[in-house]
Each structure stands twice: as structure tokens, then as C-alpha cells.
Design a protein around this ligand. Structure first.
Ligand code: GTQ
Length: 377
């Protein structure tokens, strides 16, 4: 890879710390250590890398491998005892925190018909993406939302929220996405259990969609001034229709096909302060070019099948599989099917990268924009 040799060249040039240990220096370092200090040149190259060095590795979590183990938890623990009955995704590159990628947490939560998990609130922002089942609901600050497959629901930071599956529904599995590792890294996490363990539903069911869900129309005088979207639920059907219309109207991106961000209808910005989300459609035969950017991205295959090449490694995915792209990893997506489109749901810490001025993006410079596959699967 041309970029790899350029990186090696840059790393060999002067201007970086290059001090060899001598007995005198080692004694000096020991003296500094006793004073809770250290010499910068012993750590400078590590703490200020030339470019992002993600500890996370690309991972594909195959739903056909995971599903039965997620369902096993139903017989082993109750939601009452477990608090949340969730199997979390553990990036093998991260031993210090429970993270799926970067500073993002994710897990698969399962609930039988008639079960509910008690209401709580926390400093972490959260979202859910429904994978299977019937009759799921979430209540956010007294607003109840009914949920079906591929629906996306927000439980923003600080809101009371609880989840359940109606009597008469069918066992539901959904993906949770939270910024728990980020909030903990910032040492800003609070957690509270609702005093009644359950919220009263104080509004018409699905009212947030009724008020805020009309395409390109903003209701008057609602006075919303919170730092997250007042639209808590984004339904699959209108999202998919919008993507299909987009695809009929414009060429899309050479990297991402037709990608649309879920937005806060008040600001037009990301849905929450720390987590953004998108759905992208790869048309039949789409062969994406590789690029990389800062930020951590977790994808779920909402429709179809295909593969992605991430830092030279190929991952073949199908519906409901989840995979991650760590910060600054090269990635490209392919839908080899000649007949069916593929849709990828994705959530990320993009709002954080953008707000802090840390977002950076670059295209893979090679002809055709495609990576050599160095680790075939
Ligand atoms: O439902 O708010 O998977 O607090 C992990 C922590 C879900 C939740 C998780 C949580 C939640």
C-alpha cells in the first residue's frame, strides 16, 4: 500500500523523541516517578501518534452464530434480576472497557412477550434498532413508541426509559447502542432507577412521530430546546422509501452508495449530541471505493447481503449481522447481488468528532479506489 510506505517514511524522519536509556537517565526517570512525574520524551511518540491508532479491531458478529445464545439467556435470567437482559459485543482489541468499537458500546437485548425492563435514566445516550419479533415498545419520558423490525428508536441521555414486549407479541431481539465507554472515559456518568420502576404513559402512543415525523415539515410553536431530537422513533418503511427515491434521483457517493443521516427535525443535525446514525442503500452490483475517516462506526445489515473490506480484511455479511469499522480504518462496501439491494444501518460518534473539530476523511489513493485483500476469509 502506498500509504503504508509513506507512513513508514514519515515515522523515520527526525523531530521525534529518540533518547537512549543510560544508567544515569534510568536513575533520573526513577526520581521523577517518585514525584508523580515523567519525562515527556519517554512517552511522546506513543501519546502523540502520527495518525489515529485504534485499539479496536474490525469484527463481524454473525447473527446466525449469536442468535441462539442470545435466546438462551431468556431461560437463565429474568429481566427483573438482570436489570437489562443483554449480551454485549466485546471488541477483542479492547480489554480495558466493554466496547464494541472505539468508545461505543453495543449489545443484543432479548425479551419475551409480556416481559418488561424497569425504567431508568443515565448520562449515556442510547438507541435501539429492532432486529426481530412483534409487539416491542419503548417508553421515553412518558412517550410510548410501538416498534417493528428495522425501526430505530432514541433514548437520549437523561430521559427515563423502559422497554417491553406486549402480551400477545412474539419474542423480540434488538440491538442497543450506547456511548457508555465515552461517558465513562469522560468520568461523567450518572445512573438512576425510576422511583416507581415504571413510567405512566402521559401522551398518545407514537405522538413524537405524529408531531415531528412529517417529511420536511416542522410543526409550529412546540418550543423544543433540548440537545437531542424530539422525534424518538424513525420507522423503517419511510426510511427505505426515502432511500429508494434518493437512488432514483441522484448517483450517490462512490464510497457509501445512497446514505441518509437520521436527523433532529428541529436542527437538521444529528439525532443526539454524542451519537449519530444513518441508513445507506447499496444498489444491486454496487462496488464501493475505499476511504477512511476518524470516528467509530458500528453497522447492522438491515437488508440484503454483501461484503466489506476493512483494513484489507474481507467480511461477508448478511441480514442482521453486525460489523465495526474502527477509527481511521480503510473500508469499502460491496453488494455483489445482481437483483437485491442491501441496506446498512450504522451508528457512530460522528457528532463528537465533528463538534470537537476532529473529523478527518481521506480517499484510498490507488487507481479504482479499492484495497488489496490481504487477509482472505
Ligand atoms: O436499555 O438503557 O444494553 O442502560 C446497556 C445499558 C441497554 C438501556 C444496554 C443500558 C441499556
Amino acid at each position: 500500500m502506498a500509504n503504508a510506505s509513506y507512513d513508514q517514511f514519515r515515522e523515520s524522519i527526525a523531530g521525534r523523541a529518540d533518547v537512549e536509556d543510560t544508567p544515569e537517565l534510568v536513575r533520573y526517570y526513577q526520581d521523577l516517578e517518585r514525584l508523580q512525574t515523567g519525562a515527556l520524551w519517554t512517552v511522546a511518540n506513543k501519546i502523540e501518534p502520527w495518525q489515529p491508532q485504534s485499539a479496536s479491531v474490525p469484527v463481524l458478529w454473525r447473527y446466525r452464530d449469536l442468535r441462539e445464545h442470545v435466546l438462551r439467556s431468556v431461560d437463565l435470567v429474568t429481566p427483573e434480576k438482570a436489570g437489562r437482559r443483554v449480551i454485549y459485543l466485546n471488541n477483542p482489541g479492547r480489554t480495558d472497557v466493554s466496547a464494541a468499537v472505539g468508545w461505543l458500546y453495543s449489545g443484543l437485548q432479548v425479551m419475551h412477550a409480556g416481559e418488561a425492563a424497569s425504567a431508568h435514566a443515565h448520562s449515556s445516550s442510547a438507541l435501539r434498532f429492532i432486529m426481530e419479533g412483534r409487539g416491542a415498545y419503548t417508553i421515553v419520558d412518558g412517550h410510548k413508541m410501538t416498534l417493528g423490525a428495522n425501526d430505530f428508536v432514541l433514548t437520549p441521555n437523561g430521559t427515563w426509559h423502559e422497554h417491553g414486549v406486549e402480551q400477545g407479541g412474539a419474542t423480540c431481539i434488538w440491538q442497543d447502542g450506547l456511548d457508555i465507554p465515552l461517558v465513562n472515559a469522560l468520568e461523567a456518568g450518572f445512573y438512576a432507577v425510576h422511583p416507581d420502576l415504571r413510567q405512566a404513559v402521559g401522551h398518545p402512543v407514537d405522538d413524537s412521530v405524529g408531531i415531528w415525523g412529517a417529511p420536511a415539515l416542522r410543526p409550529q410553536n412546540t418550543g423544543w430546546n433540548k440537545p437531542y431530537s424530539p422525534l424518538f422513533k424513525y420507522q423503517w418503511e419511510p426510511t427505505y422509501e426515502a432511500l429508494c427515491r434518493f437512488a432514483r434521483s441522484a448517483a450517490g457517493s462512490p464510497f457509501d452508495g445512497h446514505l441518509m443521516h437520521y436527523t433532529n427535525p428541529v436542527s437538521g443535525g444529528h439525532v443526539m449530541a454524542t451519537i449519530g446514525a444513518s441508513m445507506q442503500r447499496l444498489e444491486p452490483g454496487f462496488v464501493g471505493q475505499a476511504h477512511r475517516h476518524t470516528g467509530s462506526f458500528l453497522y447492522q445489515v438491515a437488508k440484503g447481503q454483501g461484503h466489506s473490506i476493512i483494513n484489507g480484511q474481507r467480511f461477508d455479511w448478511q441480514e442482521r449481522d453486525i460489523f465495526c469499522v474502527p477509527s481511521w480504518a480503510w473500508h469499502e462496501h460491496v453488494n455483489a447481488s445482481s437483483s437485491e439491494d442491501a441496506c446498512l444501518f450504522c451508528f457512530s460518534d460522528l457528532p463528537v468528532m465533528e463538534k470537537l473539530g476532529l473529523y478527518r476523511e481521506e480517499a484510498f489513493g490507488e487507481p479504482g479506489g479499492r484495497q488489496p485483500v490481504i487477509h482472505p476469509t
